[in-house]
Design a protein around this ligand. Structure first.
Ligand SMILES: C[S@@+](CC[C@H](N)C(=O)[O-])C[C@H]1O[C@@H](n2cnc3c(N)ncnc32)[C@H](O)[C@@H]1O
Length: 244
């Protein structure tokens, strides 16, 4: 069993407290998330998400689950790629995030839930996405087993993540931007300490996350096939797989 990262004792005392800590963190950060996603990534996030979804095999007419949907940026990109044909269900444990998503992505349905217990029937989806949230699950294999439960045979999975760069040079710039610059910019542009905390935690979990090979191994261990990781700029990872 693989935890995505060790306990972060400065944030929560024991792993059992992590879901409650995260719910509060993301509820408080939710009103600011879309703005941070904009300036923090130079307004390229929509294009990147659409590109990765298409490359992973998303097609019009599919039944899609967007896990850890947050405020809905991946759900919105899914609707755009499917051009109004198909169905998107966004799932997230944070009521604050879901409230923003329901306002800003009217074409999707949103449900409260989490990766370990997806509120969807067995074998009901053709595609499952999870954007920048794998670090938040309790344990990789049980989350991936739950992905399998809700997917039809042959369905596709796309997990987007920010990964710790492999080179010292890459790590230096990632740390500089995500640890030192982005939380400060967040405070400057939003005026919110909660939003700054959310972005400080973002880097802490990226830095502490298990290596991408462990994620690939966990996907294969629960039976996914065609398990592949593609990276861009040495830091943006797209993990794709097919349900058996
Ligand atoms: C950084 S946001 C990602 C939002 C969006 N997917 C995106 O692409 O920007 C991380 C989201 O993961 C959610 N989350 C935290 N723990 C989770 C869990 N165990 N299962 C599913 N989602 C979780 C949070 O509530 C938050 O909305």
């Amino acid at each position: 069993m693989t935890a995505p990262h060790p306990t972060i004792a400065s944030r929560y005392q024991v792993d059992g407290d992590k879901p409650a800590y995260l719910r509060l963190l993301f509820d408080r950060g939710a009103p600011h998330y879309d703005r941070i996603n904009g300036f923090g990534f130079l307004w390229t996030g929509g294009l990147y998400r659409r590109r990765m979804l298409k490359r992973a095999g998303l097609r019009p007419g599919m039944d899609v689950i967007d896990l850890a949907c947050g405020t809905g940026p991946v759900s919105r990109a899914i609707l755009e790629v499917m051009q109004g044909k198909g169905r998107v269900v966004g799932v997230d444990p944070s009521a604050g995030m879901l409230a923003v998503a329901r306002e800003s992505v009217p074409g999707a349905e949103f449900r409260e839930g989490h990766a370990e217990a997806i509120p969807s029937p067995d074998a009901s989806a053709d595609f499952l996405s999870m954007g920048f949230a794998l670090r938040h699950v309790a344990e990789l294999e049980s989350a991936f087993r739950e992905f399998r439960r809700v997917l039809r045979p042959g369905a596709r999975v796309l997990v987007l993540e920010v990964s710790r760069p492999r080179t010292r040079f890459g790590r230096f710039f990632a740390r500089l931007y995500f640890r030192d610059i982005l939380p400060r910019l967040t405070k400057l542009f939003t005026g919110s300490n909660d939003a700054r905390e959310m972005m400080s935690y973002y880097w802490e979990t990226i830095d502490a996350c298990v290596p991408p090979d462990a994620i690939l191994a966990a996907m294969r261990a629960v039976g996914f096939t065609d398990v592949v990781r593609k990276t861009e700029l040495g830091i943006f990872s797209a993990f794709t797989a097919t349900a058996p």
